[in-house]
Design a protein around this ligand. Sequence first.
Ligand code: ADP
Ligand code: MG
Length: 618
Amino acid sequence: MAKIGINIATGSLQQKEMIVGIDLGTTNSLVAIIHPESRKPVVLKEHDGNALVPSVIHFGESGIITIGNEARDNLITEPQNTIFSVKRLMGKSYNDVREYADFFTYKVIDDDTESLVKVQVGDKFYSPIDLSALILKELKTRAEHILKTSVTKAVITVPAYFNDAQRQATRDAGRLAGLDVLRIVNEPTAASLAYGLGLDKEEVKTIAVYDLGGGTFDISVLRISGGIFEVLSTHGDTYLGGDDFDRAIVQHWSASLGITKDELSLHKNLLQELRMIAEKAKKYLSSNNSFTGTVAGQEVELTKRELEQLAQTFIEKTIQCCQHALKDAQLTTAGIDEIIMVGGSTRMPLVKKMVTDFFGKHVHDTLNPDEVVALGAAVQADILAGNNKDFLLLDITPLSLGIETMGGLMDVLIPRNSKIPSRAARQYTTQKDGQGQIRISVYQGERDLVKDNRKLAEFSLKGIPGMPAGFPKVEISFLVNADGILVVKAKELRSGVEQSIEVKPQYGLTDEEVERMLLDSITHAREDMQMRSLTEARTEASQLLYMTRQFIEKNSSFITAAELCDTRHGMFELENLLENGDKDQVQAAIEKLNEISRPFAERLMDQAIAVAMKGKQL
Ligand code: ADP
Ligand code: MG
């Protein structure tokens, strides 16, 4: 078994620099800090008193990018250039979002594979990481403007159910935006911290966090004891939120104005305009009894009662989710000590009422529900900064640990700043048919290419039985034990072959070296990520060429001459770009070849190909 000594930096976080808390939301994002004098968490506001930045990006003519409210105005006029809900795409493949393809009014690339989704705007391709980085960069700039100091360190929140890949994607986005992401914190944990729950070491409590945002609903049941949060269960609906209320209002108004569904889908602009006014009405009715406005010259009205009738079934659905979450946590409502309301949509009185009735208890709603997550992130940031003397910093991994994947890329299994002990496992697969062994190279560091990181160990998993490429499931697990020793294991799950590895212990790094490696990763973030996306595009391209070649060989008699000719041409173009094309060119050629081959591939879809090629290749 491998034993690698790692230098554990416990106090490497600088004391005085400000660390901000960021809520990177599906609908809205914002930044909070601990106020240096009052020592209370506060959100950062623009002159207009606005803290929320809509998570919307608009790509304008001549490359001008706007983010926030200004970008949001373009949802009506330029849906194809206006990106919203990026968070839903983080760490997802097209297959993951296929079901909701209609939801996105911009172009999400359908490449029919398990690789991560991309968004196409004009002739450029963006990963969800690129897009989230644009939002984070905007938040960073705004924060620097307000605070009049540079902001380089942050805590970013994610939903409790975010998996490893989604968390890593969020970290990468932060790095790309020039932020050193000290920790990824669960949103419900942050919300609890904002209410001061979990700050008392003696406290043992069970908390339900009800989060109804713009497009998503999450219920999380947490247990805190000894200042440690444990997620007992999560439930929710990733396509249920305030937007549904808006849509219901739109339908209601359309009916009364005599606008048909077909007309609405034809006149996207009218639809978007209706949605904007519907949201305005909804918000207004959280503190008033009736609303009047105009849409396209016509008057529209809505009363609080009408809105509640429209929203009722949606809210009932959230209550059912709460029931599920309690059941999963093996609890009844009586076992819940505190209920926290999170998300802008919980401002609606009916939501508060139904949640209070369900739990039979008062809910925490004194903090602004759309700010509470960011406020809690600031509390966590302050603890990490070492400002909160009641909190001991736990031992952490000073640098990320991962392995090399196709194209010399670093795939992080245990991100830096993970608490020790820490464990992680991920599945990989082979590149070639009948491949009997794979090499596993273990690295430490923050850069995207392993060549820029520090190699810790290398070993081979041998004796994998012959299978087609993409079939073997090789699980690599990392364990950093309480002494800071890294144990790496590799196991092929279908056959059970497992390999013990022999690696020499590594010498430790000094704090200065760690610091330098971190700095390098921020300075080189852009070029690193560009290199990563180019490498990923190339890998995808070679994979597609390999599959297409095999496919037409096997099925030549079922493909028409014209199809064959087009395919060869597409392959030829892609091959030519493979070496020298940039990321967008390669991606465009992949798209094109996919378009050409899709009709006959679908016609002849070979199951083996469908199931193959899952998981990153080593
Ligand atoms: P997310 O966490 O999804 O990014 P937020 O927590 O900011 O989003 O919630 C956004 C949602 O809250 C939107 O649907 C918005 O219309 C809704 N919202 C904001 N204020 C109110 C209000 N006063 N009454 C009802 N809904 C509101
Ligand atoms: Mg939120």
